[in-house]
Design a protein around this ligand. Sequence first.
Ligand SMILES: [Fe+2]
Ligand SMILES: [Fe+2]
Length: 242
Amino acid sequence: MPRSLADQTEQELGGPKSVLSRQKRDHVQLDRLIAAAERSAGRERAAVLNELCRLVFPHAFAEEAVLWPAIRRRLADGEQLTLQIEKEHQAINELFTSLETLDVDSPEHHEMFAEIVRLLRDDVRDEEDVLLPRLQDAVSPEELLRLGTYWQAVRSTAPTRPHPVVARRPPGNVLAAAPLSVLDRTRDRLDTVARGGHGWSGAARTASGAVATVAGAVEHIPPLTRGERPATRTPRTGHGRN
Ligand SMILES: [Fe+2]
Ligand SMILES: [Fe+2]
């Protein structure tokens, strides 16, 4: 029975640069940000949630582009295992897209965020307890280091916002990475200005909305929706604000 990443030391996971250690560090940081979001309100809650998205979405994007294809190549039941995780990621993308339309201090926002937290925690447990220990058993320590470098490179340039319409699998998600990452990171900067509450806030909010519309249109370009399984597909109608 493979051991959960939670019960292994960094040494056992293959050292600090192994993909397993990198995954576990992000999961610990995610827990901290969830706790910070739960005890904050107003602008501070919005800022923590933005930071949480900047962790969650590039992390998951790089999993879908790099790690799950590697797992499908190496494990006989990789298809079924990764499809389960892709469904979790899809649900999180859809809920976060709806969350963005709600007031951060409304009861609806708190309720929807609680649902997202439950899904995020399920996702971490599935990865740390099942999927990643299986990968650990199937590949060499050198391969865990190589995957770590590759995963980290994609993670640091990936989109930072939810994109439920884009495919959860290559080639669609890989093609989407560059344009959506530029648009998302521009919106992150504009939203930081908008939250600042000084003279440029209104203009920054308007500009962020305009960039969101462009990102919504880009998401629907057909090659970016190609590659996934029907189970994680979203109807391609309308342009979401994400
Ligand atoms: Fe993960
Ligand atoms: Fe994940």
